[in-house]
Design a protein around this ligand. Structure first.
Ligand code: SF4
Length: 59
């Protein structure tokens, strides 16, 4: 899967889900939006500052 918006904080966040459409477009979905109204399900990209950001652990 190609990486959409590589500079976006969402790319490194534990809350993101990457959704790929049939046409190959990639959408970054914010998991926090399910429980917190401050967050949009599909935040406008790229995101550079976000109160909900939590860095994903790297292996
Ligand atoms: S919490 Fe913020 S940085 Fe994380 S996925 Fe949602 S919008 Fe992106």
């Amino acid at each position: 899967m190609t990486q959409a918006f590589p500079t976006s904080l969402c790319q490194r966040c534990v809350h993101v889900r990457r959704i790929e459409s049939d046409r190959g477009s990639v959408f970054l979905q914010c998991g926090l939006a399910r429980t917190d109204l401050r967050f949009k399900k599909y935040p406008p990209q790229p995101v550079h500052r976000c109160a909900g950001f939590r860095e994903e652990a790297r292996s």
